[in-house]
Design a protein around this ligand. Structure first.
Ligand code: RIB
Ligand code: CA
Length: 313
């Protein structure tokens, strides 16, 4: 089977970094056409720089990296240095990148790539706020035909919010963009907090990263050592939740995950619940199912896959 052609849209972020490393370590399953960066965890200049550093860490300086939107469609940018640190990639000491960003804007790259692609031939993998994806769909609605599916990290239902009582960060930062994406008619797989909070880097799992004895293994263990503080303090959890790597792991082995096709709509009116993913898990409305909402994971299988793939870099 030929590898799935994907565009990773991202706001690195330690967990974004691990998701990108997993994708680059899996060329039989995943062909990364490009990495498009968006403002989110930290401002765009840092998310873009971090993406370059991650590609160099992976030894994949061939991957084109693009800077995209530096603020949400209709709201002030909210960032998450309290979780990811002031650089967005706190933990390891990584050298400044020598790779350069592409001159082309990320949204133009997305539009150009999809316009040239066969129908349903490309998977979009958003790992941050959906500003780039929504902007591309607004400017060139016809590109939706080229998208096989969108596999994204975002939202929450049973787990409720992590940035407000009701909203998950990626959706909260740009709810208008999320509304456009969830109403696009494109098939969507949602890796929500309901599943990512079950993908915890416990101490033995982090030790397995460190035991790889490679620069990648060391960097990943140092990233999660830093990144876990927020969730351990807030939730008392056993370790860092690897949110974004659930997206790329799904592309490698979807059998690790379980969910339900349901209707998901985005709160864009009330400030009280802004950015909430209103997931009709129990089918109490007649709203059409527009998303495969993932709730469960084989966590041991996920970490076995992830650790083995990281060992290849
Ligand atoms: O809420 C978790 C999400 O927000 C992850 O994608 C993390 O990287 C941040 O972007
Ligand atoms: Ca992210």
């Amino acid at each position: 089977m030929s590898p799935r052609k994907i565009i990773i849209d991202t706001d690195p972020g330690q967990d974004d970094a691990v998701a990108i490393l997993l994708a680059l370590a899996s060329p039989k399953e995943i062909d990364v056409l490009g990495i498009t960066c968006v403002a989110g965890n930290v401002p765009l200049a840092l998310t873009s720089k971090n993406a370059l550093m991650i590609c160099e860490l992976a030894g994949h300086t061939d991957v084109p990296v693009f800077a995209g939107c530096d603020r949400p469609l209709g709201r002030e940018l909210v960032t998450a240095e309290h979780v990811h640190g002031e650089t967005g990639l706190n933990g390891p000491t990584l050298p400044d990148p020598y790779m350069q960003l592409q001159d082309q804007h990320a949204v133009d790259f997305i539009i150009e790539t999809l316009r040239a692609a066969a129908p349903k031939s490309i998977t979009l993998c958003p790992l941050g706020p959906l500003t780039n994806i929504a902007t591309a769909l607004q400017r060139a609605p016809e590109i939706a035909e080229a998208v096989d599916e969108i596999v994204l990290m975002g939202g929450a239902y049973f787990e409720v919010g992590n940035i407000t009582p009701t909203a998950e960060f990626n959706i909260y930062v740009d709810p208008q963009a999320a509304d456009i994406v969830f109403k696009s008619g494109i098939s969507i797989v949602v890796m929500s907090l309901d599943v990512t909070h079950k993908a915890l880097v416990t101490p033995p799992r982090n030790e397995a990263f460190r035991a790889l004895g490679t620069p990648v293994g060391k960097a990943v263990s140092e990233m999660t050592d830093f990144f876990e503080r927020f969730d351990k303090e807030k939730y008392g959890s056993e370790g860092a939740p690897l949110h974004d790597p659930c997206v790329t792991a799904y592309l490698v082995d979807p059998t690790l995950f379980k969910g339900r096709h349901i209707n998901v709509e985005i709160e864009t009116q009330s400030e009280l619940t802004m950015g909430m993913t209103v997931a009709d898990w129990w089918g109490v409305t007649d709203r059409p199912a527009n998303a495969l909402f993932i709730k469960d994971i084989d966590a041991d299988g996920f970490f076995t896959l992830l650790t083995e793939r990281l060992s290849r870099l």
